[in-house]
Design a protein. Structure first.
Ligand SMILES: Nc1ncnc2c1ncn2[C@@H]1O[C@H](COP(=O)(O)OP(=O)(O)OP(=O)(O)O)[C@@H](O)[C@H]1O
Ligand SMILES: [Mg+2]
Length: 312
């Protein structure tokens, strides 16, 4: 296992109260695997990713990276681990410094992690080519690139210090549909050639299916279901996953009647005041009175399929 996360919590203390952004998240990521993390906007996907690589201080739980507990490591002790775990950000426009050239952006992590200086320039050229750009583009600024090209620069920056694991935080959702597949395919090729492990965040179940070995479905700070990707799509168990899948267009019209459309009632509750017990119960079509006072844990339902609902 490259990563083992147990009971991870991240709360934010805000003037309005405590936001329960990540509220007991557990999963494992095997070496070379892609784990998809999906859920609606605001359910805590980015906060999970950022807490795992210790951009945020966790408020509970444990993070084991390659067998070592990094939950409480100081910034200084984290430095060798930061080299091994990188992040690709959601918005390639906001995540690249507009005043730095592409080359300087890619070189920056090499400086931070003390890679030999005489290798930087060659390595920048190599990385630019690796992500489908050319080395002459090193002197250009972010605004001179398209959205897809900017994300390629963000990927090159993440790869600069040869990480083993990358948190890909919705790396294509800000891009034109026409170039999303190119970037996803490139990430898959890079994974194979470099032996990378990915935590791949998305809010769209259909886009994550192809790239993920397994998928974790998140709702209001918790994982409600986790299973092999094909298994999840063919046999969704949790009422939330069922509703998410019913929102995915089905290409084969003959099969469309097999998925009954489950409309969720109401809005996602606020993470400031999550419902007691199972926090999905306020929108769950199968909710029972006891759901307000039980805290469902992920249970093994067989076949490596985990679901946090005792009633399925
Ligand atoms: N720095 C912060 N301070 C206070 N609250 C925060 C902070 N970051 C995130 N939150 C809150 O935590 C919750 C989870 O946010 P997060 O960004 O992790 O969700 P997400 O699943 O990544 O959403 P999206 O799909 O929109 O990117 C939200 O309620 C959000 O408002
Ligand atoms: Mg996010």
């Amino acid at each position: 296992m490259i990563l083992e996360v147990t009971g991870l919590k991240k709360y934010f203390d805000t003037p309005a109260g405590i936001v329960h952004s990540v509220d007991g998240v557990s999963f494992k990521l095997a070496k070379g695997e892609t784990l998809g993390l999906v859920g609606e906007s605001g359910c805590g996907k980015t906060t999970t990713g950022r807490t795992i690589i210790r951009l945020y201080e966790p408020d509970g739980g444990r993070i084991i990276f390659d067998g070592q507990d990094i939950t409480r490591k100081s910034s200084r002790d984290m430095l060798p681990f930061r080299k091994r775990m990188q992040m690709i950000f959601q918005d390639p426009y906001a995540s690249l410094n507009p005043r730095m050239t592409a080359g300087d952006i890619i070189r920056e992590p090499m400086i931070i992690h003390g890679l030999p200086k005489d290798e930087h320039t060659d390595r920048v050229s190599h990385l630019l080519r690796l992500v489908g750009l050319n080395s002459e583009q090193a002197g250009r600024y972010p605004h001179e690139f398209s959205g897809g090209q900017r994300q390629r620069i963000g990927i090159a920056r993440a790869l600069a210090v040869e990480p083993e694991m990358i948190v890909c935080d919705e790396p294509v959702s800000a891009l034109d549909v026409s170039i999303q597949a190119q970037i996803v395919n490139m990430l898959e090729d890079l994974q194979k050639s470099l032996g990378l492990s990915y935590l791949f965040i998305a809010h769209d179940l259909s886009m994550i299916r192809h790239i993920s070995t397994r998928v974790a479905v998140m709702y209001l700070g918790r994982i409600v279901e986790l299973s092999g990707s094909d298994e999840l799509y063919s046999r969704p168990m949790h009422p939330y996953t069922v509703s998410l899948l019913s929102a995915v267009p089905i290409p084969d019209p003959d099969k469309s009647d097999m998925r009954k459309l489950v409309a969720l009632k109401g809005e996602v509750p606020s993470a400031l005041n999550p419902p007691s017990g199972c926090n999905f119960r306020t929108r769950c079509p199968e909710a029972k009175p006891e759901c307000s006072h039980l805290t469902p844990e992920l249970e093994d339902k067989g076949n490596g399929h985990y679901c946090a609902c005792p009633f399925v």
